[in-house]
Write a protein that binds this ligand. Structure first.
Ligand code: NAD
Length: 260
């Protein structure tokens, strides 16, 4: 389905971004990986994805809080692949603290990485997508882009912002063959959420298994984590012809969390 196309997935060295990169590579897209991690592990991922799928896979370690690095990454992709057809804005971090204790430095980092980076990547790719008459922009937001909860001021502000940016991007590209949608996952057991499981286990004296069960059951009526692979499948759907007229949508994949 995506043979000959190139996808940039930010934050794809771990968790949800990695699973989305795997799904897009499986559909034939060349991939530009991005994110942090040990160099040998990133190289192993890069070569495994390339060999398993017969596609080209490159890596750029641009820091998503650095506007110049983002611009250089997109320019590099244009040189190497001829441009980006699928942009997945996925890189993200979390910090949990009450408002009065929330460190300003963490607020700034979360807004930069989780929100402002999406503006920069989008503004650098959108003109070429419109000129080609096809493009997919997928923003990995969160249920926390749709509803609030305590102690996540920066994350929730950023994710609400991502949903606003998704709507504007969809409107500005509406007649061009480009779509822009947000995926809003509930809990997914990645390193980002394991930290919150660990905090709950420590605070309440629970085992890892019991802390995971409580975290999920508090919010998700299905009582099951969403898997990264399921989100890879949703991203593939948004790239498919079936989704040609699906744009500006914020799609919860959340075990009925926001249905309550
Ligand atoms: P993760 O920690 O497993 O992966 C985050 C990725 O972002 C990693 O590849 C990391 O290296 C990269 N990253 C972090 N800071 C970066 C920076 N400054 N520059 C470039 N890359 C950077 O987390 P995840 O759970 O897979 O999260 C991915 C996205 O999904 C995030 O936007 C997160 O907010 C969102 N999300 C996660 C959940 C969940 O339950 N895990 C739920 C809803 C939304």
């Amino acid at each position: 389905m995506l043979a000959g196309k190139t996808a940039l997935v930010t934050g794809s060295t771990s968790g949800i971004g990695q699973a989305i990169a795997e799904a897009l590579a499986g559909a034939g897209a060349n991939i530009l990986l991005n994110g942090f991690g040990p160099a040998d592990e990133i190289e192993a991922l890069r070569s495994r994805l390339a060999e398993a799928n017969g596609v080209e896979v490159a890596y750029d370690g641009a820091d998503m809080s650095d506007a110049d690095a983002i611009e250089a990454m997109v320019a590099g992709a244009k040189e190497r692949f001829g441009g980006i057809d699928v942009l997945v804005n996925n890189a993200g971090i979390q910090h949990v603290a009450p408002l009065e204790e929330f460190p300003t430095e963490r607020w700034d980092a979360i807004i930069a990485i989780n929100l402002t980076s999406c503006f920069h990547t989008t503004r650098h790719v959108v003109a070429d997508m419109k000129a080609k008459g096809w493009g997919r922009i997928i923003n990995v937001a969160s249920v926390h882009g749709l509803i609030g909860s305590i102690h996540k001021a920066a994350y929730i502000a950023a994710k609400h912002g991502v949903i606003g940016l998704t709507k504007v991007t969809a409107l500005e590209t509406a007649t061009s063959g480009v779509t822009c949608n947000a995926i809003c996952p509930g809990w997914v057991l990645t390193p980002l959420v394991q930290k919150q499981v660990d905090a709950k286990a420590a605070e309440k004296g629970l085992s890892n298994e019991e802390a995971k069960r409580q975290l999920v059951c508090e919010r998700m009526p299905t009582e099951r984590f969403v898997t990264p692979e399921q989100l890879g499948g949703v991203a593939l759907f948004l790239c498919s012809p079936a989704a040609d007229n699906t744009t500006g949508v914020s799609l919860p994949v959340d075990g009925a969390w926001v249905a309550q």
